[in-house]
Design a protein around this ligand. Structure first.
Ligand SMILES: *Cc1c(COP(=O)(O)O)cnc(C)c1O
Length: 405
């Protein structure tokens, strides 16, 4: 099973809803979720969708219908999750560097909270003592992930409380009688090597005995997905096997079996997404042939920001001859989507589709150059529905205060 939308379906959507447009295929999300569920069926494991990858409330509702829980990176994501119908017990707020009043708001909403600084842990202890269970985000000092920008667990990363400060954590736990319910690590994104996760668990096994009330171990997200043919996906069945073995070899000294949590973002929603653009201008230059599309890094920043590779297909000329193109955007800043890319002959007006556009696509879009954000469409049971209207000119001015000069 490998769910995907066809060129015909994508063309129909482009014609019906206009371009640029983000399209999400629900059944692909279900396929990815089932891969995780079935691989981990023998362990007590819960998956919290890290929704910063894609927060459209319809996507959240769909993941809820599949049985997923939700991991949030801001109080607003928590609120969208509640709106999408997740019960507070199914929402986790993994904070980083936030003001304490957001933690209070999360506490009042009744969601799980992971705290990532000694400072906030102390404030939490002062205010709530043993009265509200809380998790601690630790920094395991492991280098992992596709590149440094998306690596979060190494020894110079801002994320989490460094494991070498465990004694300080324990002092606070004792001083305020904190109820520590989970330990969390998230080492990065695009992690192919399952042993990185095992390494993280090994770090935790030394720490677990210090926390008598632990119920969960949260291993974060970061599973890799293929972006081009030949790319590997994190071997989820192998990961499940290794995680199960590791926990079997290290029973919780406090007697209680520990539930395992994961926070996959990209893994669940990257491949479900297609970004359809239309070619505005072809420009032949002595060196390169440029295809200029009606978008830019204001809509899809990953190629410029992370050097990310997105496969591009010309769905308007499926049998054309292949040529080499540089695909660029229309904003006044270098915004190269792809260089030296083999694509079937591109003509003005053709639709170019960017694959793997579900995660960190629309979500990282902006209004740079006073351009409008694209529409979002969801395809479920073969039917395409609009789940976010394309912005209109008035949206650009909505919050501007007009002076009368
Ligand atoms: C971003 C993030 C994730 C998800 O990362 P992916 O690479 O999208 O799986 C999970 N947990 C935390 C704490 C995050 O910040």
């Amino acid at each position: 099973m490998n769910q995907h939308l066809t060129a015909r379906q994508l063309t129909d959507i482009a014609n019906e809803f206009g371009t640029p447009v983000y399209v999400y295929h629900a059944e692909k999300i279900a396929e990815q979720y089932q891969k995780l569920k079935s691989a981990f069926r023998e362990s007590d494991t819960v998956f919290f969708y890290a929704c910063k990858a894609l927060t459209n409330v319809n996507i959240l509702k769909y993941l809820r219908s599949l049985g997923a829980c939700l991991d949030c990176s801001s109080i607003n994501e928590v609120k969208i999750g509640l709106l999408a119908g997740f019960s507070p017990q199914k929402i986790l707020y993994t904070s980083n560097g936030i003001a304490f009043d957001e933690i209070e708001e999360a506490r009042n909403a009744g969601v799980h909270i992971n705290i990532d600084s000694l400072s906030n842990l102390e404030k939490f202890g002062k205010k709530y003592g043993h009265g509200y269970p809380v998790g601690i985000r630790l920094r395991p000092n492991i280098l992992a992930g596709g590149n440094l920008k998306i690596s979060t667990g190494h020894d110079k990363s801002k994320f989490g409380i460094p494991v070498e400060q465990l004694d300080k954590v324990l002092t606070l736990v004792e001083k305020y009688d904190l109820f520590i319910r989970d330990l969390h690590i998230h080492t990065g994104s695009d992690i192919k090597d399952v042993d990185i996760f095992v390494k993280g668990i090994e770090v935790l096994f030394d720490i677990i005995p210090h926390f008598k009330e632990l119920e969960f171990i949260d291993l974060g997200g970061g599973f890799k997905v293929p972006y081009k043919s030949g790319d590997a996906e994190t071997d989820i069945p192998l990961l499940a096997k290794k995680v199960k073995e590791a926990f079997a070899n290290h029973p919780n000294p406090n007697g209680r079996p520990l539930q395992i949590w994961f926070e996959p973002g990209k893994f669940l929603v990257s491949e479900c997404g297609y970004f359809i653009t239309q070619v505005n201008v072809m420009k032949e230059t002595p060196g390169l042939t440029f295809a200029g599309v009606n978008s830019g890094f204001n809509h899809l920043i990953r190629p410029m920001f992370y050097d990310a590779y997105h496969q591009i297909e010309n769905i308007s000329n499926l049998n054309g001859a292949e040529n080499i193109y540089t695909v660029v955007g229309n904003i006044c800043e270098t915004d190269t989507f792809a260089s030296g890319r083999k694509i079937r002959e591109i003509r003005e007006g053709d639709f170019l589709v960017f694959y793997n556009a579900g995660a960190y696509g629309f979500e990282m879009s902006s209004n740079f150059n006073s351009r409008l954000k694209p529409a979002e469409v969801m395809v479920k049971d073969g039917k395409a529905s609009l789940i976010r209207r394309r912005e209109v000119f008035d949206d650009l001015l909505r919050n501007q205060v007009m002076s009368d000069q």
